[in-house]
Design a protein around this ligand. Structure first.
Ligand code: AP5
Length: 215
């Protein structure tokens, strides 16, 4: 599959992308995970991105496009991909359109995960994430806690709250989403690529997306 997941912070993009990738070997490409791994490793990219992320602001488009062009050229993307957290602005969506044309790749569709604001707020304050940069498994202390309190069930590393999960940063991320990312819904509608999914149970959403791919 070759799809983009759109949705507010906390809509469940990361959770749905991980479940979808188990079906046919399509890779999850999460710009958030790539940036967090760079911050944890202390690379030049991480140093540049850190301050933006901590505030809940977007990292500059030029930096993101460089990361994405390199990532899409990697051989594992040939099987398929699920983009999670990218594109995030109209300039990123336009640059992605050009890049996909250059690489002769066509998208199946853009899945917009539609979740009420009060649900995303609750999910973000109760999310926990594995601190291992190459794992970053997602948990939720209410709906899907790790088997052993603060330890990742998958790799055994400590499970933490992300730097951008302060109330101030969460509210800023939601405002940024409304101003910069929500306009992509109209962009992809015009492109004839948009499909919306009411997304309350991740496994149901995964089934709906898979059915939509077949139909
Ligand atoms: P990023 O990591 O992409 O953050 P985000 O879009 O804000 O999305 P989240 O990871 O917060 O949420 P999600 O939708 O993946 O939800 P999840 O599955 O975790 O980006 C972080 C930062 O990086 C940005 O602020 C920006 O600075 C920078 N950045 C990244 N990409 C960029 C780009 N393209 N351009 C510029 N800057 C960029 O689920 C949330 C919680 O809910 C979890 O606890 C989960 O367990 C739980 N949950 C999920 N689904 C359900 C369900 N159905 N029922 C109950 N609980 C559920």
């Amino acid at each position: 599959m070759k799809i983009i997941l759109l949705g507010a912070p906390g809509a469940g993009k990361g959770t749905v992308a991980k479940l979808l990738s188990e079906f046919d070997g399509s890779v999850q490409i999460s710009t958030g995970d790539i940036l967090r791994a760079a911050v944890m490793e202390g690379s030049d990219l991480g140093k540049e991105a850190q301050a933006y992320m901590k505030r809940g602001d977007l990292v500059p488009d030029s930096l993101i496009m460089k990361i994405m062009e390199e990532r899409l050229r990697e051989p594992d993307c040939a099987k398929g991909f699920i983009m999670d957290g990218f594109p995030r602005t109209i300039p990123q969506a336009e640059a992605l359109k050009d890049l996909l044309e250059k690489l002769s790749i066509s998208l199946d569709f853009v899945a917009n995960l539609d979740v009420p604001r009060e649900v995303v707020l609750d999910r973000l304050t109760t999310r926990r994430t594995c601190s291992n940069s190459s794992c970053q498994e997602i948990y939720n202390i209410k709906s899907s806690p790790p088997a052993d309190d603060n330890t990742c069930t998958k790799c055994g590393s400590p499970v933490i709250q992300r730097d951008d999960e302060t109330e101030e940063a969460i509210l800023n991320r939601l405002d940024t989403y409304n101003a910069m990312t929500a306009p992509l819904i109209g962009f992809y509608e015009k492109e004839g690529l948009l499909r919306s999914f009411r997304s309350l149970q991740s496994r149901d959403t995964v089934e709906d997306i898979r059915k939509s791919l077949k139909g």
